[in-house]
Structures are given as structure tokens and as C-alpha cells.
Design a protein around this ligand. Sequence first.
Ligand SMILES: [Zn+2]
Length: 54
Amino acid sequence: MATKIPTAQKRMFQNVFVCKDCSKKIRTQVVRIILKKVKCPRCNGRAFRPIRKK
Ligand SMILES: [Zn+2]
């Protein structure tokens, strides 16, 4: 079943994104990624992907 992962851990991973340019991990809300309100502190890039996506 899909209930192996605790809800808190699932939520934690869902809120973590990785910069496509420098692989810096950022914790933020999904909405802010969609609205492009998040800038990478290292390279100022705005391209992020979810951490679990290969
Ligand atoms: Zn970056």
C-alpha cells in the first residue's frame, strides 16, 4: 500500500526542491515554486524541480 511513508515525512519531501543549475536544495512551498517567487541563493536561478523526481 501507499501508506508506508508517514505523512510528516511525505510533506517534508514535497516541500523540498532542487535547483536545476547548481543542485542546491531549498525548502519552500509548492505554490511559491509555481509562482516563481523563489530564487536560488547560490546562482539566482529560478528553475527548480521536486527532489524526488528523477
Ligand atoms: Zn542554483
